[in-house]
Design a protein around this ligand. Structure first.
Ligand SMILES: [Ca+2]
Length: 178
């Protein structure tokens, strides 16, 4: 009996800590527009998406050369504040970001993007925390800097100081809309 209670207690604590998590493999897009492209790499899970390096790769870029992007349709089970994370590989300090557009196609001065300063290594990067209503949303990952790659992305109701992804995550097809 004690064991049963213990299991319930542990499971309860676990599900509270993990909250709602929506995990998407970037190669499972609903649509993709160049120069965003899909690539196979053994170090990624399955495939990844990238904005290929332009030659010459500028180190003082004025802005993206095109609006290359991939779009994903998801069904959010519960309204809330969702922390965005993405497993990325950046080329350098001028190849280390993507725009994240939610239900929008036009980049503005308020469009969030995801970036950090760890280069040439697959790792999880914290993006914006976004308020999402329950139901359907379109997530667009768009060119911000050439040389940026993304393997997976996720939304979680866990705040970033409470939980951080460390390895590849299991996709959640139940929240994806085909
Ligand atoms: Ca992948």
């Amino acid at each position: 009996m004690i064991v049963v209670f213990l299991i319930i207690a542990i499971f309860g604590a676990y599900s509270q800590a993990s909250g709602t998590r929506i995990v998407v493999q970037t190669e499972h897009y609903n649509s993709i527009t160049p120069s965003m492209q899909v690539v196979t790499d053994k170090r990624a899970t399955g495939k990844y998406i990238e904005i290929p390096l332009r030659l010459p790769h500028g180190v003082k870029e004025s802005g993206p050369a095109d609006t290359g992007h991939a779009e994903y349709k998801i069904n959010v089970p519960k309204a809330g504040l969702y922390q965005f994370w993405a497993r990325c590989r950046w080329y350098d300090y001028a190849g280390n970001s993507f725009f994240i557009l939610v239900d929008a196609i036009q980049v503005t001065s308020k469009t969030p993007f995801i970036t950090d300063e760890t280069y040439k290594k697959w790792h999880w990067v914290a993006g914006p925390a976004l308020q999402l209503s329950a139901g359907f949303h379109t997530i667009r990952i768009q060119n911000h800097r050439d040389g940026a790659k993304m393997d997976q992305w996720l939304f979680t109701t866990a705040k970033k100081n409470r939980w951080q992804p460390t390895r590849s995550e299991k996709e959640t097809p139940q929240y994806m809309v085909k």
